[in-house]
Write a protein that binds this ligand. Structure first.
Ligand SMILES: Nc1ncnc2c1ncn2[C@@H]1O[C@H](COP(=O)(O)OP(=O)(O)OP(=O)(O)O)[C@@H](O)[C@H]1O
Ligand SMILES: O=C(O)c1ccc[n+]([C@@H]2O[C@H](COP(=O)([O-])O)[C@@H](O)[C@H]2O)c1
Length: 199
């Protein structure tokens, strides 16, 4: 908890969230707790920089699923800044962080990533500048080691490693298999109602 006159501490949690799943929520909460963050802002990517080869579910559905997933947690907020920026360019984190720092000078930002993304950091757009602008926080992910020259500037946080992914959920939903408990119940009902991942 921040005190008066102190900067607010906010964890930015960017992702494709297609769909948001239970481990996303666990990652966000573990990072919030470990770093004593005041809030987590979920940042759905409009055009995820490393996922341009596959079809992404429409923004409107991914946003609604985030809303449903975080509705019961006052410290979890949705931020749609990357959806407003429709230049046709990938949603680079450098651009997002730069904009948010201008809009919210009262906030100290942290950027939360899973271990797979930590591996990709050297390939991120303007990464040398980005690591000077924001504190990265990485949470281990099964099957990935976090080793690159940027890791010296990254806080590594422990959490139970849970091998759940949006890919797994899309595949299960498409095969008519159960996704109960892999996503919050309201998200499961939304996926079923809108038939989002049916084959
Ligand atoms: N099981 C997990 N453990 C730790 N971090 C995770 C896990 N799943 C996702 N993340 C992290 O959450 C962020 C957003 O991930 P994203 O929305 O791409 O989900 P995903 O499950 O990786 O999706 P997909 O399977 O479609 O690639 C990324 O930083 C990613 O590393
Ligand atoms: O800015 C980049 O070059 C960059 C490259 C890969 C991923 N990211 C961000 O990392 C977050 C997780 O990405 P993803 O593809 O796992 O959903 C999301 O906010 C992406 O915009 C950012």
């Amino acid at each position: 908890m921040s005190f008066q006159n102190e900067q607010k501490k906010v964890g930015l949690y960017g992702g494709t969230f297609d769909p948001i799943h239970t481990v996303h929520l666990i990652v966000a909460e573990q990072a919030r707790d470990a770093l004593n963050l005041d809030e987590i802002w979920f940042l759905p990517a409009h055009i995820p920089p490393h996922k341009r080869s596959r079809r992404i579910t429409a923004d409107i559905h991914r946003v609604e699923m985030i809303r449903l997933a975080i509705a019961d947690n006052p410290r979890f907020l949705l931020n749609t800044v990357e959806l407003e920026r429709d230049s046709g360019q990938p949603s680079y984190t450098y651009d997002t962080v730069r904009l948010l720092k201008v809009r919210h000078p009262e906030v100290d930002f942290y950027f939360i990533i899973g271990g797979d993304m930590a591996n990709y950091l050297p390939k991120w757009h303007r990464i040398d500048e980005l690591v000077q602008m924001v504190q990265f926080v990485a949470l281990a992910r099964p099957g990935y080691t976090m080793e690159n020259k940027y890791m010296q500037r990254v806080i590594e946080t422990e959490m139970p490693q849970l091998d759940v992914s949006s890919t797994m959920i899309r595949e299960k939903a498409s095969a008519g298999r159960s996704i109960r408990y892999l996503v919050p119940d309201a998200v499961r009902m939304y996926i079923e109602e809108k038939r989002l991942y049916e084959a």
